[in-house]
Design a protein around this ligand. Structure first.
Ligand code: CU
Length: 147
């Protein structure tokens, strides 16, 4: 009896251990308001640097947001924009800079940048992208300056 409990407990722990291993490397929340910065309609982290092959998870903490990749390095196939209010998980295997926006809130400056593997060779393409609204453009320029 004890042995059975012991084995069950072990299997249970192993399951959670393996689940942990599969967790995203970076988690970004999609927010109506960032409580720290007081900014509205933002991703909780706007500039994220990851290694090649790492995974980012966007959580629909607030509803009606999504992820739409606009510019990516060559060799990466840009996926369709994601559905609103959906949890998004993406793995980045191609080094370079990625620029994305939240489709409904692009004009409000809801954009983000990901740098994979420290590769900034497509920086010009990022800076050339015509974004919706001056707020997004200003933020993009600021974030690129922080890379
Ligand atoms: Cu949004």
């Amino acid at each position: 009896m004890y042995l059975r409990i012991l084995i069950t407990t072990f299997a249970f722990n192993l399951f959670f251990f393996i689940s942990d291993l599969k967790a995203a490397d970076v988690t970004i929340e999609m927010l109506n308001k960032n409580k720290e910065t007081k900014q509205r309609m933002v991703y909780s982290q706007e500039l994220v640097k990851i290694e090649k092959g790492q995974t980012i998870e966007w959580l629909p903490t607030a509803k009606a947001h999504n992820v739409e990749i606009l510019v990516a390095p060559e060799g990466y196939t840009i996926p369709k924009k994601t559905k609103l209010s959906e949890k998004v998980t993406m793995t980045f295997d191609v080094p370079g800079i990625y620029l994305y926006q939240c489709s409904p809130h692009a004009a409000l400056g809801m954009i983000g940048i990901i740098v994979v593997g420290g590769d900034t060779s497509n920086k010009d393409a990022i800076l050339k992208e015509k974004l919706v609204g001056s707020k997004s453009k200003k933020k993009r320029d600021k974030l690129v300056g922080e890379i």
